[in-house]
Design a binder for this molecule. Sequence first.
Ligand SMILES: NC(=O)c1ccc[n+]([C@@H]2O[C@H](COP(=O)([O-])OP(=O)(O)OC[C@H]3O[C@@H](n4cnc5c(N)ncnc54)[C@H](OP(=O)(O)O)[C@@H]3O)[C@@H](O)[C@H]2O)c1
Length: 339
Amino acid sequence: MKNNVLVYGAYGHTGQFVVADLLRRGLVPILSGRNETALKELGRRHPSLEIRPAAIDDPAALRTAATGVAAIINTAGPFLDTGLPVAEAAARAGAHYLDVTAEQAAAQQIYQEHLQRGWATDIAMIPSMAFYGGLPDLLATAAASPFTTIDEITVAIGIDRWWPTEGTRKTGKRNTAPRLVVTDGKLTPATASERDWDFAAPLGKHAVVECPFSEIVTMSRHLRASHIRTYLSQMALNDIRDATTTAPEAVDASGRSAQRFIVEVTVRQGGHRRRVTAGGRDIYAVTAPLITEATQRLLDGRAKICGAAAPGETFDAQDFLSSLSDTLTVSDIVDEAAK
Ligand SMILES: NC(=O)c1ccc[n+]([C@@H]2O[C@H](COP(=O)([O-])OP(=O)(O)OC[C@H]3O[C@@H](n4cnc5c(N)ncnc54)[C@H](OP(=O)(O)O)[C@@H]3O)[C@@H](O)[C@H]2O)c1
């Protein structure tokens, strides 16, 4: 089994968590990105690892960087700028492509270009294999398993604080596409509606605002739902909108911040509802085990399908979530009557 994985954007905040997690799994990261000095600095902490610099507007350098690798993990965002060039390099190299985009339009681009350019269907292209996107997609897939059709999927993302990275701030500014939800089975613009959500402890009941991310795009590919909505804690949005909110600070040896999250997904068919939650710390840090677990499963043959696909389409969702018990506390699925 080939086990070398090019990490594009390796010296970024999320990229560094991903590199550390690949090493923990015995996979071999290759450090890549546009800034050679930053790559060399990271390389000093990992002297055994190869460095392959490549600018995003240099297709030849990206192709060289991708040569001979089993998979590429793209952690360099905004993904509206980096997604397609890195995915193209992966397609040409015959390597799996995974990224961590929360941008709906960037995930859509990967799916569309895979189809239009006729990229190989025996390698995987999985955008949004991350906290936003992949985690709600896997939770909804697990909860929806007995249903053949779905009336409604609701994702509630509770976050107590959001200390944003530079990449998050840049991505927010770059991403001006209208946010989409699913209404009557079709992607339609969201309405920023507000409500309260009663999260489990320690987050408790608080205001949430409709704020859909890439999970709407991934779920709408494979879950036949009439309506899909995502809500996010108002207090997290307030942090992001405040230009003085500082970047995340590590409070433990693994580099995680003190940020706490709970993602609750409910799937309803008629009067029957299934609900599941996942809780943990630090949305950037938890993205690493999500995307490295996906990469490992692709490399050791545990993907159900290949080609451009959503996380829940590609993997056994329940088994995938169970395997992350070190970093993610996933509840049992609760079956209940819908109110
Ligand atoms: N879906 C999710 O849940 C999730 C989770 C984590 C992160 N993300 C996303 O991942 C991205 C990175 O986040 P982060 O926290 O790691 O931010 P970060 O620490 O600021 O790192 C951003 C990385 O992207 C690179 N980059 C940005 N624009 C580039 C371009 N045009 N060409 C090449 N490299 C470029 C940066 O390189 P330079 O320093 O050279 O600019 C840096 O390596 C953001 O878009 C963020 O929203 C999403």
